[in-house]
Design a binder for this molecule. Sequence first.
Ligand SMILES: Cc1ncc(COP(=O)(O)O)c(C=O)c1O
Length: 462
Amino acid sequence: MPVRIVLNEDEIPRQWYNLAADLPTPLQPPLGPDGNPISPDMLSPVFPMNLIEQEVSQERWIDIPEEVLEILYRWRPSPLHRAVYLEKALGTPAKIYYKNESLSPAGSHKPNTAVPQAWYNKQFGIKKLTTETGAGQWGSALAFSCALLGLECKIFMVRISFDQKPFRKVMRQTWGGKCIASPSSETQAGRAILEKMPDTPGSLGIAISEAVEAAVTDPTGQTRYSLGSVLNHVMLHQTIIGLEAKKQLAKIGENKVDVVIGCAGGGSNFAGLAFPFVADKIHGANIDIIPVEPTSCPTMTRAPFAYDHGDTAKMTPLLPMHSLGHDFIPPPIHAGGLRYHGMAPLVSQAIVEGLLSPQAIPQVECYESAILFARTEGIIIAPETSHAVASVIREANKAKEEGKEKVILFNLSGHGLMDLAGYEKFFAGQLQDYHLPEEEMAKSLAAIAGLPKPSTQKTGKW
Ligand SMILES: Cc1ncc(COP(=O)(O)O)c(C=O)c1O
């Protein structure tokens, strides 16, 4: 029985898959401050036009440039593993497979989009990228990609993660990226927040405001902003994960997947694995597709599908997404990459349509699952990834109760070797579960009450 299924370089997918082409109810457009759909031109101070074209594309397949593939070959195709040791420990009849995205140089799936984003920016004549980072994985990935492509990189890192993960900063420095804690005094958005809340742990929403401001106010015009999740082109670049997985499963004669699982912060690693399977579901396959989030930041399971800003200072257009409100400051749980108030519009629209079954899981169960995984499969996973593993264990136990030999596929989005502070707290008994109280949620949702509402129309097929 193979435990590690690999592809050769020449078997790598040469096109990305765009779910927007197949969604049964169309993706709704981003809106400007006047409530009207924004034109691609309006995004041009923030992103280069070649990426804006991908953002609005309705093409089903988009070619991956040869030079991008050449960089991806450094770690791709990533292996597909069969988790036989975890299966045995659980005594489940289910077959569990995972894509190992922890093997990229930065340690997660994030370089799958950081490399093409840096490449497209460079093609457009851009010299410097700004970005935000939560857990630190995205900032590392962009610093790595900018180093390979000769671009400058400036990263606003959410304060709580900056303090919890000092070595992430050193990783970025090693790749030549500049990193500061957010909120910072370098931007108007940061200064305004610090005045109101000097001790804030920060949030991805605040860091995004700072990074966008730093890009659009650069007088040379040669700086753009880069986002590690949420946007359509980011989901697109990540689909290489699911497309490889399909080839790998076919190689071992595994023709039917029953359950697909990924953790979801802004939605990109989940979408990357799941969207090619969502396409199968749209065309009739019977698959449970589960994005997993923390109970402390319940965007998909409790928040409304609404138009909201992607950032706290309201610099971004209004996006149609599940959102806890742009002012939401999530509690400082250790899965920093899952502390975002919104969810990718493509993932949100698929939820509205009924194609996905989101789950929320508390953090103690996630750490227990991560430890079982480390002691069976051997890999110390990122705290974000532990949400996927906790859900896999629930599904594998369900298969055991039902006596069904289900095939479960999940995305191992990153390793946790830079996140050991969370593990240390868990072993010291200092980690608690947190269920977001209804009153807290109502408070942050008040910020979006007056904004336009997207349609929640669905075909009703799922
Ligand atoms: C390892 C890992 N997994 C998952 C995520 C969540 O992001 P996304 O939902 O975009 O995949 C992050 C974000 O930082 C991460 O570092």
